[in-house]
Design a protein around this ligand. Structure first.
Ligand SMILES: [Zn+2]
Length: 392
C-alpha cells in the first residue's frame, strides 16, 4: 500500500486516487531564465520517482507541469531579457529547451501536459472573474487583488502566523506596501499595465483592462484547465508552500467552491552548496549541464536518490564521485553475471516496500547495493534499477 507524506495534514497517509486508477498530478515548474541547477534536478527527479512508483501500482498518471514564462513580478525573466537585449519569449524558449535537454539526459519522464503560462491567459481571466463574482476579489486602478479576509481558512497549508506571512511575502516581491490593497497580505491576481510601460514588458487584454496575470493564479488556472477542479496530488519545492501554494488553494477553492483543491500536497527539500541554499539570487549554483560533462546520468540520478525527497542536503563533489564509483561497480556486476536469473521476490518486495513508504529511495538504493554485495539476482537488480529510471 502506497503511503505519502501530505504537507496539508503533516503526516503520512495511505494514497488512493479520486478516480479509480487515474491519478492527477500537478508540479510547479521552472521560471525559464537560468536553468537547470541541482536543486531543480532534485525536485523534478523526486517527482519522476513518484510517477514511476504510481505506474508500478497500476495507476495511469495525468501529469501537468508548467513553465512560468510570464508573471506579475519585476525581476527574473523581464530583467534578464532587458539585460541581454532579447525578448521574454526568446529567453524563455531558450531556457525551457535547455531544461528539457538536461532533464532528458537524466532519463526524466516528461509530463504529458508540459505547458506555458502565456498560453493560458483565457482560463486565468475566467478564474479571476469567478473570484470577483464570488466576492473573494476586488478591483483597484485596473488591478485585481484576492481578498484574504473572505477566505476563512486562508493559511491552512502553511500554518504560518500573520507576521511570518508578511515577512515571506516581502521576500517574494509581493508589494505589501501597495496602498491599493485592503490588507497587505492580499495578493495580486491581475496587475494593471502601467502608464508608459516599457514595450519589453508583456501585456494582455482583459475585462479588467490591459495587464498581466499574477504568478499564483497561473498555476490554479493551468491545473484546473488540464486536470479538473479537484486533483489528487500537487507538488513543488518546499519554498513554494507560502505564498504560492497557499494562494493557489485560496483561489482554486474560492472560484470552484470545491474543497479540497488538492488532496495531497508534496514538497521537496532544498539542496545547499557552500552552506547556503542553492539559489539564483545567491549565485551558488551547480548546473546539471556542467555535471554531465564529468559524470554519467546514472551517477547523478543515484546521487540525488541517496537523499530522501524531504531531506535537505548539501552538495559535495566527492559524494558525486562516490556515486559514480558505486554505479560502475553495479554495472560491472551486472555485465559479468548471467541475467537469466529468477527474480528474488523477497528482495524485490523489500525494495518496493521502501518506495511505497513515502518514496524512501535511500533504503531502496541500500537494498540494491546489498544485492550486489551478496552476489544476488541480476534480474532483480535490473528490474529495480529500471523502476528507478536508471539506464541499464
Ligand atoms: Zn505553481
Amino acid at each position: 500500500m502506497l503511503r505519502l507524506y501530505n504537507s496539508l495534514s503533516k503526516k503520512k497517509e495511505p494514497f488512493a486516487s479520486l478516480m479509480s486508477k487515474n491519478v492527477s498530478l500537478y508540479v510547479c515548474g521552472i521560471t525559464p531564465y537560468d536553468t537547470t541547477h541541482l536543486g531543480h534536478a532534485f525536485t523534478y527527479i523526486s517527482f519522476d520517482i513518484l510517477v514511476r512508483v504510481l505506474r508500478h501500482n497500476g495507476f495511469k498518471v495525468n501529469y501537468t507541469q508548467n513553465v512560468t514564462d510570464i508573471n506579475d513580478r519585476d525581476n527574473d525573466i523581464l530583467k534578464k531579457a532587458r539585460e541581454q537585449n532579447t525578448s521574454w519569449v526568446e529567453l524563455s524558449d531558450f531556457w525551457t529547451g535547455k531544461f528539457l535537454q538536461d532533464m532528458s539526459s537524466l532519463n526524466w519522464l516528461k509530463p504529458n501536459n508540459y505547458i506555458k503560462a502565456s498560453e493560458y491567459i483565457g482560463p486565468m481571466i475566467i478564474l479571476i472573474n469567478k473570484l470577483l463574482q464570488n466576492g473573494l476579489a476586488y478591483q483597484k486602478n485596473g488591478s485585481v487583488y484576492f481578498d484574504i479576509s473572505k477566505k476563512k481558512d486562508f493559511g491552512k497549508l502553511s500554518k504560518l502566523t500573520r507576521n511570518e506571512m508578511l515577512k515571506i511575502s516581502k521576500d517574494f516581491d509581493e508589494n505589501i506596501e501597495n496602498p491599493d490593497k485592503v490588507d497587505p497580505l492580499d495578493f495580486t491576481l491581475w496587475r494593471a499595465e502601467e502608464t508608459n510601460q516599457p514595450s519589453h514588458i508583456p501585456s494582455f487584454e482583459s475585462p479588467f483592462g490591459r495587464g498581466r496575470p499574477g504568478w499564483h493564479i497561473e498555476c490554479s488556472a493551468m491545473a484546473i484547465s488540464t486536470l479538473g477542479e479537484q486533483i489528487d496530488i500537487h507538488g513543488g519545492g518546499i519554498d513554494l508552500i507560502y505564498p504560492h501554494h497557499e494562494a493557489e488553494i485560496a483561489q482554486s477553492e474560492g472560484a470552484t467552491l470545491k474543497t479540497p483543491f488538492s488532496r495531497f500536497w508534496m514538497h521537496n527539500a532544498p539542496v545547499s552548496y557552500k552552506d547556503e541554499k542553492m539559489s539564483k539570487s545567491l549565485g551558488n549554483l551547480i548546473m546539471v549541464s556542467d555535471l554531465l560533462k564529468n559524470y554519467s546520468p546514472n551517477a547523478i540520478r543515484w546521487y540525488l536518490l541517496l537523499h530522501h525527497y524531504r531531506q535537505p542536503f548539501e552538495f559535495f563533489d566527492k559524494d558525486l564521485k562516490k556515486s559514480e564509483n558505486d554505479c560502475l561497480k553495479i554495472q560491472k556486476y551486472i555485465n559479468h553475471q548471467s541475467s537469466n536469473t529468477e527474480i528474488d521476490e523477497n528482495i524485490f518486495n523489500k525494495f518496493i516496500n521502501a518506495l511505497e513508504d513515502d518514496l524512501n529511495t535511500p533504503i531502496a538504493l541500500q537494498i540494491i547495493t546489498e544485492t550486489v554485495k551478496n552476489k544476488g539476482s541480476v534480474s532483480t537488480l535490473k528490474k529495480s534499477l529500471s523502476l528507478l529510471g536508471f539506464l541499464v
